[in-house]
Design a protein around this ligand. Structure first.
Ligand SMILES: Cc1ncc(C[n+]2csc(CCOP(=O)(O)OP(=O)(O)O)c2C)c(N)n1
Ligand SMILES: [Mg+2]
Length: 322
């Protein structure tokens, strides 16, 4: 992989990780009054996405959406302010961590309801088809969303109407505390199930950034040129508890050995080691990237802290008019 691309991927992954680590660090202060679902450990796929997708393409995501918002180019200050409930937040401080949106970069929203954003993303793809623009619509979803009925309706509709939608399933093996083994029959492959619905699929080890980059690049190109849907399934693993800032390996739904096995495959750490060892110039570049990102992240938290809470009179602004 070329150095420029590798350092870009490093920057994206490091930026997402730093933002999430800072959220985890400040969360116990009690100033973020919303649940947070962190994707520390899952940064590779959004970082790859950031390097491939166009600003004009649409994207929607889930309750675990910080990384996708940032990867699509969403405003960092507005995201942290939103999590702090401030009026400068991307949803004016009324939505919190699970309601991120940045229309300036066509990041069209996230939802607390599992599966809820899938038909929105498919609807956006229908709008692209009707307007005959050269955009695609990307739908991030977790393995748990596959168990919602709306997923099948949406995939079927996308297949039948041949819509330019790219489904990106981040399979982190768990829906809250339930592993796939208690939710799906043994050996059932999510991707194969989707393929049986008439949609092309590709599968990748979400920790192998070189392979996943090629898979995603080909998929985006294919959806854009054919206008047909495509489904990607990447394996990945979240390090922290399902919801919140802490680690929860002690509560018994997964083993410490499993956790350590995935942590050893950390794409961020492994890329840093590989690049750092390859030349001292690259090693210096990584240090510069890290200090730039650290400054940016600190500034976003300062911005959120300094911003005001919404006024009571603004409670329904932008929501609906009576
Ligand atoms: C319709 C609905 N059912 C259940 C929940 C509770 N819930 C919140 S997140 C979640 C797990 C979703 O798992 P997955 O889609 O794999 O995403 P992950 O949390 O692993 O990123 C569940 C069941 C919900 N928010 N909405
Ligand atoms: Mg999951």
């Amino acid at each position: 992989m070329m150095d420029d691309l590798s350092t870009n991927l490093f920057r994206q992954m490091y930026r997402i990780r730093s933002v999430e680590e800072a959220i985890a660090h400040h969360y116990p202060e009690g100033k973020m009054r919303c649940p947070v679902h962190l994707s520390i450990g899952q940064e590779a796929i959004p970082a790859i996405f950031a390097n491939i997708i166009h600003a004009t393409d649409f994207a929607v995501s889930t309750h675990r959406g910080h990384a996708h918002y940032l990867a699509k180019g969403g405003d960092l200050n507005a995201m942290i302010a939103e999590i702090y409930g401030k009026s400068t937040g991307c949803s004016k401080g009324k939505g919190g961590s699970m309601h991120l949106i940045d229309l300036a970069v066509n990041f069209m929203g996230t939802s607390a309801i599992v599966g809820n954003s899938i038909p929105i993303g498919v609807g956006l793809a229908l709008s692209v088809q009707l307007k005959r623009t050269n955009q695609i619509s990307c739908v991030f979803l977790g393995d748990g969303a596959i168990e919602e009925g709306v997923f099948y309706e949406s995939v079927n509709f996308a297949a039948v109407r041949k819509l330019p939608v790219l489904f990106i399933c981040e399979n982190n093996l768990y829906s809250v505390y339930s592993p796939l083994s208690v939710r799906q029959p043994k050996g059932r492959s999510i991707a194969k199930m989707v393929e049986a619905m008439g949609v092309e699929v590709a599968v990748g080890d979400g920790h192998n950034i070189a392979v996943c980059y090629e898979i995603m690049k080909n998929a985006v190109h294919k959806v854009r040129t054919t206008g047909a849907p495509l489904f990607l399934e990447f394996s990945t693993y979240r390090w922290r508890e399902h919801c919140g800032h802490a680690f929860d390996n002690d509560i018994g739904y997964r083993t410490q050995d499993e956790f350590l096995e995935w942590q050893a495959k950390d794409p961020l750490n492994n890329l840093e080691i590989r690049l750092g060892q390859s030349s001292s110039n690259l090693e210096r570049t990584l240090e510069i990237i890290k200090s730039e990102v650290n400054i940016e992240v600190k500034a976003a938290f300062d911005f959120a802290e300094m911003s005001k809470f919404p006024e009571q009179s603004e409670a329904y602004d932008g929501v609906y008019s009576l």
